[in-house]
Design a protein around this ligand. Sequence first.
Ligand code: IYR
Length: 220
Amino acid sequence: MTHKFIPYRQKELTIEEQLTNSETFYQFLAKRRSVREFSSQPIDMKIIENIIKAASTSPSGAHKQPWTFCVVSNLEIKKQIRIAAETEEKENYESRMSNRWKEDLLPFATNWEKPFLEEAPYLIVVFKRVYELVEGEKQNNYYVNESVGIATGMLITAIHNAGLVALTHTPSPMNFLTNVLTRPENERPFLLLPVGFALKNTQVPDLQRKTLEEIIVRYE
Ligand code: IYR
């Protein structure tokens, strides 16, 4: 069986345009920060939909698109998520996390309390679809973590591009999200992102990113 191919054309850029675009995009992304304090300012649902459409352009193993994005604005559900996450996190901070881990987190001033889970106007909960059920038959997806990881990176970029902020939050363990959001057995929680506007005058840790020379290895 032959499968259809269609022409692909990408707008050609001059080298000058490539240089400027790549530099400008880097400068833009370098301004993104994870934020933990959100204002209650509402966001148009259409913006959230566009952000999720942007994430869904991600490449994926055999183009299976193994992701589901749950968008929570319902106050009662946000509250349930906060209570369940805080129960796990309290246990983490009080007994499950090593001292070394807690020391590593000191610059972020985190603790078990997660008010942002109720304060952010939207929670986007990314689920990975480990398999599909096709006519009652289990069909595995491929490179699920890689695919959903790339899509989530694109989601975070789209959030920043829309002038919003997010926190990449991984309450641990996070299987409670399956129950609270009544997700089917083939979906597993991957990442939880509160999304909104940053609270006015919020502060972020004074972090430095690795330099290019620390992260690049050249083979010329
Ligand atoms: N999940 C905990 C702890 C935590 C772990 C890492 I690694 C972070 O970068 C930040 C927090 C929490 O959410 O507080």
